[in-house]
Design a protein. Structure first.
Length: 312
């Protein structure tokens, strides 16, 4: 808050702000995908009273215009209940703030987090259902408190774009350890999809050039980074694979390109837009020259290197 006020003063602006609240909700998702629990690096705790202090600070500051409140309880959530629990905490907070300061919020933002199906066991709640249930419950809570309806904002991310993406890998070496496992290596991995290494995400994939062949093999798809943790899919039923096959991994439209990195100094892949029989390149494949373009060799080492070359 202090930083924001300072920035507003420096830039002579008066930003409209939403305060990010931590409602103290633990959504049933991977720990690293939870953001609304009390013990979180995100947001200001409602229960701890920090949020209320921040409200007082925002209201007292001529630099800020408090527009309302925000929360985002996590990602890949497959139930409506945690969102309703957040609404309950936040609406109680709205009411408390109103009774102690007279402030009435004009925006209530509940963030995103609606899950998508990465594999057959993921069972997302249809968006229409989740949104109408959140809307209905928020309305019910606020009318019970006789609180004027703020604008309800949701911020879906993954549920809009996740299913739109498919990553195509080329199969490289195949290593079979008899009685243990077959590793199928591909020309990508945690650099283009860190979700498996970060949150044990479970994906499904197929050999795109063998779609009609029966799935007679089980393989573990491994990335090319120098990490044993660089795995893409464990125990994937697949058609008999060979180097050069194309492995298509589904549901990679969200948090893949945006989270891709140059881990191990790998160049990032290209992105192709495909629809209705048409395809266009929308992101060019990164070159190695681009990866190292900001590298500098200090003058003193250049001289030393040149001297060594001459000495040879
Ligand atoms: C504040 C906020 N809102 C919305 C989202 C979107 O979440 P999702 O893609 O899970 O819907 C995120 C994701 O991290 C977020 O941090």
């Amino acid at each position: 808050m202090e930083t924001l006020i300072q920035l507003a003063m420096e830039t002579r602006t008066r930003p409209r702000v939403l305060l990010r609240l931590t409602p103290g909700i633990e959504a049933h998702t991977h720990t690293y995908d939870q953001t609304g629990q009390e013990d979180s690096k995100f947001g200001m705790g409602v229960r701890a009273g920090v949020a209320f202090e921040a409200v007082k600070m925002a209201l007292a500051s001529p630099q800020l215009k408090l527009a309302g409140f925000h929360s985002h309880i996590g990602s890949q959530i497959f139930e409506v209940a945690p969102f309703k629990a957040a609404v309950e905490v936040l609406t109680t907070f709205l009411d408390e703030v109103r009774s102690q300061t007279g402030y009435v919020a004009s925006i209530l933002d509940l963030g995103g987090g609606f899950g998508i199906a990465y594999n057959k066991t993921d069972q997302p709640v249809p968006l229409r259902e989740i949104v109408s249930e959140i809307g209905r419950y928020t309305r019910e809570r606020l009318s019970a408190l006789q609180y004027p309806l703020p604008r309800l904002v949701l911020e879906p991310g993954r549920s809009i774009v996740g299913a739109a993406g498919t990553t195509l890998y080329t199969v490289g070496n195949i290593k079979t350890i008899p009685g243990i496992r077959t590793y199928l290596s591909v020309d990508g991995g945690m650099a283009d999809n860190p979700r498996v290494a970060l949150y044990q995400a479970v994906y499904e994939g197929v050999l795109a050039n063998k779609m009609n062949e029966p799935l007679t093999e089980v393989v573990t798809v491994t990335g090319k980074c120098c990490e044993s943790g660089d795995m893409l899919i464990w125990d994937l039923p697949i058609a008999p694979p060979e180097p050069g096959d194309i492995l298509a991994v589904f549901g990679t439209g969200a948090y893949n390109y945006s989270m891709a990195s140059n881990y191990n100094r790998l160049p990032r892949p290209a992105v192709v837009l495909v629809a209705d029989g048409e395809a266009e390149l929308i992101v060019e494949r990164e070159t190695y020259a681009q990866v190292v373009q900001n590298d500098l060799i200090p003058e003193r080492l250049r001289i030393k290197m040149a001297e060594e070359r001459i000495a040879k």
